[in-house]
Design a protein around this ligand. Structure first.
Ligand SMILES: [Zn+2]
Length: 199
């Protein structure tokens, strides 16, 4: 025994994500997120900030509008301070008029993992240097070259494809199993609910 101790690997606390969606995805989505968070902490040698340890995370899969400028996904950090909650919204593939093809599902998964990277950034409060030299004062440049965005874009495909492929396949299968008829039924139900509320 040489008395040397290997430093225990940091393991972030597990978060349970509350998913508001047409199909039950809480378990799989939480597994995917916690795997991403663990990779993120290890990759960047970072930890969850103390004040974020008990943060609630909510994901809503919503119906998008027809405006092409509508966001595919967003991660609202603002409620984290007031409500200790991070709210994510991602357009629901099942509510859009698209065939859930491999291509569409892949795109959707990357939108989801992109938003999850933003959650990791928020939980760890990791800050990055701005990439000033790329800015030419053109529209939306600040958004596209924002270091948080650049990082999320780099990691989204990796996290959607390489990390927990079995969990991702379950999510994909659950989406595939939900047929067009189920969605039609749901939309009818949703419309009657809305009408009842309006009354
Ligand atoms: Zn983003």
């Amino acid at each position: 025994m040489n008395g040397k101790r290997t430093k225990a690997k940091y393991k972030p606390p597990e978060f349970k994500i509350q998913v508001n969606a047409l199909i039950e995805l809480d378990v799989e989505i939480s597994l995917l997120f916690n795997a991403i968070l663990q990779d993120y902490c290890e990759r960047f040698n970072t930890k969850i900030a103390d004040e974020r340890k008990n943060c609630k995370i909510m994901l809503s899969l919503i119906q998008g509008g027809n405006d092409p400028a509508d966001m595919d996904g967003l991660c609202a950090f603002e409620p984290v301070v007031r409500l200790n909650t991070i709210a994510i919204q991602v357009r629901c593939l099942l509510l859009e008029n698209v065939d859930p093809s491999d291509y569409a599902i892949q795109h959707w998964l990357e939108i989801l993992t992109h938003e999850f990277v933003h959650v990791c950034q928020c939980l760890t409060q990791r800050t990055m240097k701005p990439i000033e030299q790329t800015l030419l004062s053109l529209p939306n440049e600040e958004y596209y070259f924002d270091p948080d965005e650049v990082e999320a874009r780099i990691l989204q495909a990796y996290y959607a494809n390489k990390l927990v492929t079995n969990t991702v396949s379950t999510i994909v299968q659950k989406i595939r199993d939900c047929t067009g008829e189920d969605i039609d039924d749901f939309e009818i139900e949703l419309q009657s609910l809305v009408q009842q509320r309006v009354k």
